[in-house]
Design a protein around this ligand. Sequence first.
Ligand code: GLA
Length: 516
Amino acid sequence: MKTKQQQLSSGVVGVVILIIISLFIFVPAQQLPRDQLSGNWAVRAPNADGTVRSTYFNLKQEGSRITGSIRLTQFYYLIKESTGGAEGFTLTASMKDGNNERTVRYEGKLIGDELHLTTRRRPEDKPTELVARRAPAGEGTLPARIPPPALHKVPDNGLAKTPPMGWNSWNKFAGRVDDATVRSIANAMASNGMKAAGYRYVNIDDTWEGGRDAQGNIQTNKKFPDMKALADYVHSKGLKLGIYSSPGPNTCAGYEGSYGHEEQDARTFAKWGIDYLKYDWCGARTIYTDEEMPAIYQKMGDALRASGRQIVYSLCQYGRLDVWKWGPDVGGNLWRTTGDIRDSWDSMARIGFGQNELAPWARPGHWNDPDMLEIGNGGMSETEYRTHMSLWAILAAPLLAGNDLRSMTPAILEILTNREVIAVDQDKAGKQGRQVWKSGEQEIWIRTLSGGAQAVAFFNRAKEPAKISNRWADDLGIKGQPRLRDLWLHQDIPWPGPEYSVTIPAHGVIMLRVSP
Ligand code: GLA
């Protein structure tokens, strides 16, 4: 039998043992470093062209508070809110982009020494899963800001007296464009009637870029082994080669931009034999405000001029800051007026019919650019593509085909090479057309051509055919009895009298040339 004292002391021993055990179990958990997430983390996604797309999470954890930045492709976000810690956390980060606030949200947890993350573009999307590993401190930091230069007027380069015509890789090939594709597209353009119809530029869009060499010279990636040889090849076909870059540290697809290397890149482009540059704002949004755009675009305008080569300069900043008002002053030959087009009726129609107010800003050498053509990419009917082509011609828009020129149907080729419609687009007076009449979903647009002629397009934006009747003089301001020619039927049409009644197919167009 144990004495009362013995019982008491063994009880105490038991409690002490329990405390020691629980210390082993609980204290380490409580003493887990509260800053395990701190540090620089990178998600590395290799591209097939030998480049790597890295996303950086530069984090500072103080207990349940996580601050820092997230940098990916053309974006740089600051973390505004966080919950949780290493065992499970959320990050909400945002950036100011012009007048917009962009927000991203990640959920993650630390597993071993890996951050396992998920994110969704929109709440209804399936989550994208990412794994970030520790990266050297400082890697992926935004470069220091270079102050924008003072504004001055860049002298006119004398190019693009009519809207540029050609092809661009993005709409069809995006990141899959490579040397072989560009060569075969040039072959097709030179031989299928497109060159004969006026198409000249073969433009490589984003994803040709590699890194920089020790001297800071921009390199191509594996997809483009020799840009000079490619330019020579395209030139040998009687065509011109275009390329793409960004004033930011990164392009929209996250490739190397021209930031801090503007003059050097312009010299490289000139040395390669480049004839056209599309310069896309993209990553510049991480360094500059929209108000600084003119100075930043002027920098490349000057650089192209200093390169000594005649290079068409295409501004791509999605029509912000009323670019049409200053585009010519920074050396621009054309400027995008909107966000990206998609291969759908809604996208094309929204952009194309939305250009009316910009007409006064277009003139020889300086064009509004409602984005590249989607004709032949499959998302619209032939009727809709005819509307696309007609509308772009009325708008004096650049005609940059965006389809696979090697494998298009005869119908698509015929749309792209309709010489009578192209003649409207390329009219040397360079006056952009305007909407002159609208009733419900039917619109009439007129473009004044040189020599007193006019292009008149009767559009039907409705899903059903529509009949409209208009008086030449009173509704359209067309006097006398001019000659009428249907530019899609390639036929003269007899004078119908003071009123013209037509039935326009759903989403279709009737386009006339009216000459004195
Ligand atoms: C932006 C441009 C597009 C295309 C892509 C390439 O979205 O507006 O036309 O150049 O970038 O990344």
